[in-house]
Design a protein. Sequence first.
Length: 151
Amino acid sequence: MILSQFLHSDPIAASYFVACAGHAAAAVVDPVGDIAPYRALAEATGTKIRYVIDMRLHADHVSAPRDLTSATGADYVLFAVAKVGFPFHGVRDGELLDLGNVSIKVLHTRGHTPEHHFTRCHRPHAWRRTVVRPDRHGVRCLLPDMARTVA
């Protein structure tokens, strides 16, 4: 599994790149600003961005998923109840977005907005799941016997 965090200062936000190198498939979660870094990382890792995921509609800043989906041909993923005037791939609680040996599971959390959801990455063929939490040092794996910085 490839996992990379992008930290943004204007607006203050974080975006994530998740990929399976073996199947050359990637997803970008909550992209902000210039789409070039996401495309460059996909190229550098030999992956194709398959999904661009917005965990909620952002009223506090302009996000970049529609630009990234247009440039890459990826599916724009929002929770199914999102009320928008453009096409998107609607997901529901428990749905898996397949990247090969890595999947992204959708968990409906009804946070800031009714369509808010959380994503959890895991390797379906492994006995252990990877749950990640952003912190000031990068992204940390939260596993019972291991806490290490991944990116």
